[in-house]
Unconditional design. Structure first.
Length: 736
């Protein structure tokens, strides 16, 4: 059996017909390393300096490939380089010194305590081996202060580099002549081998680098080349193609922009299909090279990765995967459970999806892996706050949290954020990574974001003013697909059972496949759909400005019922499993039976309700346009407090319930916390710049996070960010 924290996952899936039948024992083909669960073999028919193999695992391996181990036919460890690894596959370049024969590749050790993958070359096998091709760098110590203002054109940059290289090499020779012990010599030059083109170079900040990338170009055409995000930056880079020094493919020499020395680094080149060499001169510790077929100006090319690297190696095809003991079906279930125990929901869900695809012809296995997928999704939704309210129900509550005032603001690490600056469209939390706004240049209409955002695994979904719904791969900051609807989406999109559901100002609710971007169906309402949707038990619920609350079959797009609520609905509804809760612009709040559509009760708030609600501890809580917060008994619809609580300003977004405290914000930037039992305000704060709170706050990672609309072009008048987080603790005392 697979024990907690003992084994690690590797990514490779055999044919589904083998799932239940294959049983392979450790004694076959050599000793099995302790703690490793899967093995693939590769047969090399001829000798080569290196071999190249890619294993498709879909979640059976560590995402960075650090659990991969390679052994030759004589059971000796083989030096290897992980050229590329992600949630689905791992590319391995390994030493061919052992010659022809059958190599064993082990993976599937899930222990988080595995040693980190070695930098460049594995410490297994011959340490002097390194792959030829791929990504390498030579770095040089300038040995003198850098006069950046002298580097104003390509000619000056190249002349300066030649001087730096000559000085560093001369100093290296001089040091070597004086110090016979290599371990005691001061390094002025350094050489490195790297897995891809976007890993930090292991040298000091002030050094200059010549980075070399040998890549395979699959399709001939005109390519955009971009360094970093292509914007002006104090670090520069210029790229030559295939040794052509007469013209730089990316002429990124330094220019003066006001006071700082900056550079914009982009270029184009016509490339034939096949192997090409990029040689980049840069003072960046991370090369950050992007390349892609030229097209729309706003679509950023993808980063060059180890998947596109060219190596002097023979490609091998892996055989079927085997397990040390038991069946593959048992091993897959154990792997899913282990990822779930480690709260690695994205990997577990990716594996479940792959297994469901492979089990398409086997109803019994398909049902098993579908059940596993639902189990992982439920756990992920319970742990991670991915969009407005915890979807798909939008209940907006973390009842088990031990979190209460006093609170203090904490900085959010900008390195983990994608931010389009002019418009903070919402906040999401994805397994430890806080992301808000959008990746840079998501579309050609600047600042056209109209919806909030939601995330499923590594894909972010957002709607824009021109009626486009975008799916963006977060790890690459590139578009996966876009879907054109007839009007802007204003609410938060909803991911449910493999589809993305959202409504727009064209009066339609759309269901779009999250993998392909193809529409499954659309349903016409009789008025604008300004809010989001919620879902449960195979139904999707939404409101419209036509005054009706709708229940739609999630799979078929068929109306199950619609209920008139005598007022325009622009809020996102919430469902607790039995009742659907939503307010109207006429100031009435309703509880509707989720199955029949009958109104269970209604409550008169007295002012327009434009935001959603949250539910928990037998209460449903919402705010209104007059600045009052209401808490109602779920069963009766009666007010639970003596009177509604004054929030200090109009409430246009759903509050959330954390423990026994209700947190929210107002349209003029006031933040509040209300004790649910007492109906009294226990916490107040102001959003920097009094930014409007139009999206619900989040609670995750023991932090309470608010997103506001920025004021001014790049932020509030005080220059503060549009996202603020709070954690438990006393406020910092002012300095005397």
């Amino acid at each position: 059996m697979l024990r907690r924290n003992r084994f690690h996952v590797a990514r490779a899936l055999p044919a589904i017909v083998l799932l239940a039948s294959v049983i392979t024992h450790a004694g076959e083909g050599g000793d099995w390393p302790e703690g490793w669960l899967f093995r693939a073999t590769a047969s090399a028919a001829e000798k080569a300096e290196s071999y190249d193999i890619t294993i498709e695992h879909n979640g059976l391996a560590q995402p960075d490939g650090r659990d991969v181990r390679v052994f030759s036919s004589d059971k000796k460890p083989v030096s290897h380089l992980i050229s590329f690894a992600d949630l689905n596959r791992v590319r391995i370049i390994y030493d061919g010194e052992a010659g022809p024969g059958v190599y064993s590749i082990y993976f599937g050790n899930l222990s988080p305590k595995l040693p980190p993958p070695p930098a460049g070359i594995s410490d297994f096998g011959r340490k002097e081996w390194q792959p030829r091709g791929g990504f390498t760098a030579k770095s040089y110590d300038p040995l003198a202060p850098v006069d950046g203002r002298a580097l104003l054109n390509l000619k000056n940059v190249m002349a300066y580099y030649e001087t730096v290289i000559a000085r560093a090499q001369a100093a290296e020779q001089e040091i070597a002549a004086k110090e016979p012990n290599p371990a005691k010599r001061k390094k002025t030059t350094a050489t490195g081998v790297y897995a891809n083109a976007n890993t930090p170079l292991g040298t000091p900040d002030q050094w200059f680098h010549v980075f070399r990338a040998e890549i395979n170009v699959p399709v001939a055409g005109k390519y955009d080349l971009v360094i970093g995000n292509g914007q002006q930056h104090e670090r520069f880079g210029l790229v030559f193609l295939d040794g052509e020094r007469a013209n730089a493919a990316v002429p990124g020499w330094l220019t003066i922009n006001f006071s700082p020395i900056c550079v914009g680094i982009t270029g184009q080149a016509n490339l034939s299909a096949g192997t090409h060499v990029l040689e980049m001169y840069t003072n960046r510790r991370n090369p950050e090279i992007r390349m892609g077929l030229a097209g729309s100006a706003w679509k950023m090319p993808e980063y060059i990765s180890g998947l596109s690297g060219h190596y002097a190696a023979i490609k091998l095809v892996p055989g079927e995967h085997t397990v040390q003991s038991g069946t593959l079906t048992d091993a897959y279930h154990a792997i899913i459970s282990e990822w779930l125990a480690q709260e690695r929901f994205t990997i577990a869900r990716s594996l479940c999806k792959a297994l469901r695809r492979r089990a398409a012809g086997n109803p019994e296995l398909l049902q098993k892996f579908s059940t596993e997928f639902d189990r992982v999704s439920t756990a992920a939704y319970a742990k991670n706050w991915m969009t407005e309210g915890k979807y798909p129900s939008r209940i907006g509550a973390v009842l088990e949290a031990n979190f209460a005032p006093p609170l203090k603001p904490v900085p959010l690490p900008s390195v983990n954020m994608h931010d389009d600056k002019p418009h903070a469209s919402g906040s999401v939390w994805v397994e430890g990574r806080h992301i808000y706004g959008l990746p840079y240049n998501i579309q050609d209409l600047p600042w056209g974001v109209t919806s909030s955002i939601c995330v499923e695994d590594d894909v972010l979904f957002v709607g824009t003013k021109n009626g486009m719904m975008h799916a963006v791969e977060l790890s690459k900051a590139t578009a996966r697909w876009s879907f054109a609807s007839g009007g802007p989406c204003l609410g938060a999109p909803l991911v449910y059972q493999g589809n993305l559901y959202y409504g727009g100002l064209d009066r339609r609710l759309y269901a779009v496949d999250i993998e392909t971007g193809r529409m499954a169906w659309n349903f016409p309402a009789n008025g604008w759909i300004e809010g989001g949707a919620c879902a449960a038990e195979g139904r999707v619920y939404f409101g419209s400005l036509d005054g009706h609350l709708y229940a739609i079959d999630a799979a078929l797009g068929i109306q199950r019922w619609k209920t008139p609520l005598n007022g325009k609905i622009c809020a996102t509804p919430t469902i607790d499993g039995k009742l659907v809760f939503v307010g109207t612009k006429t100031g009435e709040f309703f509880a509707v039976n989720a199955v029949s559509g009958e109104v269970a009760w209604k409550y008169a708030a007295g002012a327009a309700i434009t935001g959603g609600c949250c539910t928990g501890n037998g209460r449903v809580i919402f705010g209104d346009a007059s600045g009052r917060v209401h808490a109602l008994d779920v069963a009766t619809g009666k007010l639970s407090w003596n009177a509604p609580v004054e929030a200090g300003g109009p409430v246009g977004a759903s509050p959330i319930l954390v423990g026994n405290i209700v947190y929210g914000g107002t349209m003029d930037g006031k933040l509040f916390g209300i004790d649910l039992a007492q109906g009294s305000t226990v916490w107040n704060e102001a959003m920097p710049g009094n930014g409007e709170i139009s999206r619900p706050p989040l609670f995750t990672g023991e932090q309470l996070i608010f997103t506001s609309k920025m004021r001014g072009l790049f932020g509030s008048p005080s220059g503060t960010p549009a996202v603020v987080a709070f954690q438990r603790g006393e406020k910092d005392k002012p300095k005397k």
